[in-house]
Design a protein around this ligand. Structure first.
Ligand code: PBG
Length: 278
């Protein structure tokens, strides 16, 4: 996507330095390992790329940066699913929870402030909270991807992290059906009961109703993730001269805020921060 790059450990530090100049003080990291395997080993390896990057960021910036990490297996598995598979090739929910616990501990050891489980496995927040507390990481928070929909808008992200779901598969078994509005509230309540510190809706602009419902119902911060496809559509139309990309980006991100999001994850962060700064 235009304006988006896979970073090295060094370029990541430069990127965050420039974000800080514009007052963007929180980032979420995703890891892209050199080798993928069936259990996504890189996600829980202390020397995995995400853990190395997190340690580096915390070492350079300390508390000046609030560091979030995506906690999932799909970037690390050779089959591209968010969990480990059973003998029939289906995602094994409970075996996956053990992998998420190991990944959470590795991220916490690396100094991450908030882990962000994005795999939509049942019981993931409770399992991760238990592992973190057991490891003494009582201050490591959980940003739960609570209402994450099966969406056509994740395509550019999957390209960026070289994720292809084996056999042309999909994530319908674990992500939410976008025709269902009420299920989001059930998922959010479950995550809060299990110890989530922040709940998130994803994607953003096509789910403003859901963001609004949740923002009115809960008293913890609500995040919204303006995803890769949302960014890509604005960029592509803007490159063709069909819309004013910056104006539309501001309009969309403002709509997400107006719907009730306290925190917005967006690929527009640096671009909009620079505009706001002017
Ligand atoms: C899963 C994950 C995905 C995204 C964030 N975390 C991909 C997926 O669910 O297939 C998508 C983000 C985006 O499109 O910007 N690790």
């Amino acid at each position: 996507m235009p304006g988006q790059f896979q970073h090295t450990l060094d370029s990541l530090i430069d990127e965050i330095s420039s974000l800080l100049v514009f007052g963007v003080s929180s980032v979420m990291l995703f890891g892209l390992p050199e080798h993928k395997d069936s259990i996504g080993s890189g996600a829980s390896d202390d020397d995995g790329i995400l853990q190395q990057a997190s340690r580096r960021v915390k070492h350079e910036f300390g508390d000046d940066i609030v560091l979030f990490t995506d906690l999932c297996l799909d970037e690390f598995t050779d089959h591209g699913h968010c969990g480990v598979l059973d003998a029939h090739g289906k995602v094994d929910n409970d075996a996956t929870l053990l992998r998420y616990q190991a990944a959470a501990l590795a991220q916490a050891r690396a100094g991450v402030d908030f882990v962000g489980p994005s795999g939509m496995m049942d019981g993931q927040v409770a399992a991760i909270r238990q592992a973190l507390d057991g490891g003494g990481f009582i201050d490591t928070g959980i940003l739960a991807y609570s209402a994450k929909y099966v969406s056509g808008l994740y395509g550019p992200f999957r390209d960026a992290v070289n994720v292809e779901i084996a056999g042309g598969g999909d994530r319908r078994a674990y992500q939410q059906d976008f025709t269902n509005r009420r299920e989001a509230m059930v998922e959010v309540q479950l995550d809060i009961d299990q110890g989530a510190d922040i709940v998130m809706v994803k994607p953003a602009v096509t789910y403003l109703d859901v963001i609004s419902d949740i923002a009115q119902a809960v008293d913890i911060p609500v995040a919204a993730y303006h995803v890769s496809g949302e960014y890509a559509m604005v960029k592509a139309a803007s490159e063709r001269g069909w819309i004013d990309g910056t104006a539309v980006a501001i309009e969309q991100i403002t709509a997400v805020k107006r719907a009730g999001a306290d925190i917005i994850l967006t690929y527009f962060a640096s671009e909009l921060a620079a505009v706001v700064d002017e």
